[in-house]
Design a protein. Sequence first.
Length: 175
Amino acid sequence: MNAPILVSYATRGGSTAEVAEAISLALNGEGLRSIVQPVEAVQSLEGFTSIILGAPLYIGRFPKPFHQFFKRHQTALQILRPWIFVLGPTRPIPSDFDAARRQAARQLGRYPWLQPVEIHIFGGRFDLNHVPQPLTLLQRLPIPALRRLPTADIRDWVAIRAWSRVVALNIKSAA
Ligand SMILES: Cc1cc2nc3c(=O)[nH]c(=O)nc-3n(C[C@H](O)[C@H](O)[C@H](O)COP(=O)(O)O)c2cc1C
């Protein structure tokens, strides 16, 4: 049996977790063996030869547990080059994707020793019913424009599965 692939994610509202699950399913469908874990649950990267990491952007930043993951596993991540996927844009507008790409690059720039194979941006989900408590408080603010923001889910499951297949092919050819 080949070594398992770790698909690990940070999330606040659950949408990145669902993408991580979809990636894992697609990898397994390609004959690989992957496991999914939130970044907080990963004790060690020993035994993994490939790793896929995912996180959402919130006001240009990754959630704290994602940063803590890089600090905790720096030694292993200097050798294991991760594939990274980032959820952000909630409108299918190229400039929003460009902005998310820049935000992600800036966040990862904190780790000059990190050499991801790829940083891939996927559309995300904006739904104030799916964000943790502090953010739901936003809804109560007297900002009508914020309350009127439409719920959106532009996660492109076809693109997510297609990217997963590309990752699978690369992992298989490197084995
Ligand atoms: C308060 C708030 C701030 C956000 N800020 C950004 C941002 O700066 N850049 C971006 O690309 N997406 C931003 N988003 C979109 C999120 O990244 C998107 O909703 C993502 O799917 C959330 O992932 P999660 O459900 O795993 O937490 C923001 C969403 C919210 C609710």
